[in-house]
Design a binder for this molecule. Structure first.
Ligand SMILES: *[C@@H]1O[C@H](CO)[C@@H](O)[C@H](O)[C@H]1NC(C)=O
Ligand SMILES: *[C@@H]1O[C@H](CO)[C@@H](O)[C@H](O)[C@H]1NC(C)=O
Ligand SMILES: *[C@@H]1O[C@H](CO)[C@@H](O)[C@H](O)[C@H]1NC(C)=O
Ligand SMILES: *[C@@H]1O[C@H](CO)[C@@H](O)[C@H](O)[C@H]1NC(C)=O
Ligand SMILES: *[C@@H]1O[C@H](CO)[C@@H](O)[C@H](O)[C@H]1NC(C)=O
Ligand SMILES: *[C@@H]1O[C@H](CO)[C@@H](O)[C@H](O)[C@H]1NC(C)=O
Length: 397
């Protein structure tokens, strides 16, 4: 019996020694296995996905290595039951890591050596339980192209060091508790194609020159904050197709929010005035417990035939807006602020004023002064007419 106990002790010692020695310390395989073991990897996955006694860690589930099979370049470990704080000297030491997906786990805290992962191009930590502020160390990630920290418990301000993320294309910080106004540092991230800051506690105004800073931006979602914006914040968003600012305190003309290539627009629950494109369908939803009935517009943009959607409270400017949008060539600008436009049948139309939107106004004035051939889009609705966009045709011959 004594021998039996000794025997199993010896066996266990050898077994654990064998296991522990499989990954050489200070190799990427060691760091990944330490990470998975210490984060309570659920047993469903530990057997089928990861064989810690197999030294060729590059063949583990979700692990991709460089050509020399020495360094991990991608670790995809979404939804495998990892929970709690990430310890130091685990993934923070994967010096060549470019892609990290730890979404859908129960991670609470990032390790202090996390911020040395300076090769990261794509980071997805969404659907975890990470609390506290996002430190300025995020600025270390100058190669980052995709950052998804949505659905966590992050608070305080969006850090100014975000300005270092000049290659960032996708920024998703939705469903957190970010506060204060959006830092003007974000204007430096001019590669952004998609911004989702929805469902936070952001307030204040948008930084000056917001729209003009994002010429490539296709999708902007600021819904569910308390941002005091204006229609003019959107001018310069030349690539925008989806705009959602629902549930904020945006003011100004709804028409002013329209940019060339929009496909979906949600301006609901704000303080916009005015109407949208030619409406082909209006449905009214039931009145909510506290709110007003909502009108859901599906409209076709006369300019490009694209579908537009808008939802506004029915108590607020919810007349059926029949809007025409017409393009005219600009012939002249008079001293008193009226424009002269060339109509289809060769007549002139001289009853419109220059637009009030500053950005649009200066574009038109500057273009005209430079002798360019300019075409303006005019929206008309309910007896009101307004120049709402500029199409730049090029220099005069
Ligand atoms: C794990 O890897 C070791 C060493 O390569 C191998 O002997 C063993 O069969 C593997 N286990 C499983 C379950 O694949
Ligand atoms: C991040 O992961 C979540 C959940 O796996 C996924 O839905 C989301 O699309 C990912 N984010 C990005 C930007 O790819
Ligand atoms: C979210 O973070 C706050 C502190 O910033 C903390 O008090 C709270 O318990 C956290 N909530 C969850 C669900 O982790
Ligand atoms: C924004 O919210 C914070 C609290 O989250 C508050 O202290 C601050 O005064 C607010 N700022 C504005 C401009 O409303
Ligand atoms: C805009 O965002 C809100 C909040 O996230 C969402 O409920 C709504 O469906 C979105 N609107 C559109 C048109 O996608
Ligand atoms: C829109 O244009 C059509 C055709 O030019 C015209 O009959 C109609 O009255 C216009 N509607 C508005 C609201 O200006």
């Amino acid at each position: 019996m004594g021998l039996g106990v000794f025997g199993s002790f010896l066996f266990l010692t050898l077994f654990f020694k064998h296991l522990a020695c499989q990954q050489q310390p200070n190799t990427d395989g060691f760091f990944v296995s330490e990470f998975l073991k210490k984060m309570g990897l659920s047993s469903t996955y530990s057997h089928s996905y990861y064989n810690f006694s197999d030294s060729s860690f590059c063949s583990w589930h979700g692990v991709s290595c460089d050509a020399e099979k020495e360094h991990v370049v991608a670790l995809m470990a979404s939804g495998i039951g990892l929970s709690g704080p990430i310890p130091d000297t685990t993934i923070g030491k994967l010096s060549k890591l470019q892609t990290l997906d730890l979404s859908n786990n129960k991670i609470t805290v990032l390790p202090s050596d996390f911020w040395s992962l300076t090769s990261l191009k794509s980071l997805n930590l969404s659907f975890n339980r990470i609390s506290g502020s996002l430190p300025n160390n995020i600025g270390n990630f100058g190669s980052l192209e995709i950052l998804d920290l949505s659905n966590n418990n992050l608070s305080e301000e969006i850090p100014e060091a975000i300005s270092s993320l000049v290659r960032l294309r996708v920024l998703k910080l939705s469903q957190n508790r970010f506060q204060q106004s959006i830092t003007s540092a974000i204007l430096k991230c001019q590669s952004l194609v998609s911004i989702d800051l929805s469902s936070n506690q952001l307030n204040g105004t948008l930084p000056d020159g917001f729209g003009a800073s994002f010429p490539n931006l296709k999708s902007l979602n600021l819904a569910g904050n308390t941002i005091h914006g204006r229609d003019s914040d959107f001018s310069g968003l030349n690539s925008i197709t989806t705009l959602n600012v629902s549930g904020n305190s945006f003011q100004g003309s709804a028409m002013g929010a329209f940019q060339g290539s929009l496909e979906v627009i949600d301006l609901s629950r704000n303080q916009f005035q005015g109407h949208i494109s030619q409406v082909v369908e209006v449905s009214t939803s039931k009145t909510g417990k506290h709110g007003h009935a909502k009108c859901h517009f599906v409209a076709i943009d006369i300019f490009n035939g694209k579908k537009l959607e808008d939802i506004v409270p029915s108590s607020h400017n919810c007349d059926v807006p029949h809007v025409n949008r017409t393009d005219y060539q600009l012939i002249d600008i008079s001293e008193d602020g009226f424009v002269s436009l060339l109509t289809d049948n060769g007549n002139t139309k001289d009853d419109l004023r220059l637009p009030t939107d500053d950005a649009l106004l200066s574009q038109i004035k500057d273009g005209f002064a430079e002798g360019k051939d300019l075409v303006v889009s005019v929206m008309s609705s309910m007896g009101e007419e307004q120049i709402c966009a500029l199409k730049d045709i090029g220099p005069k011959n």
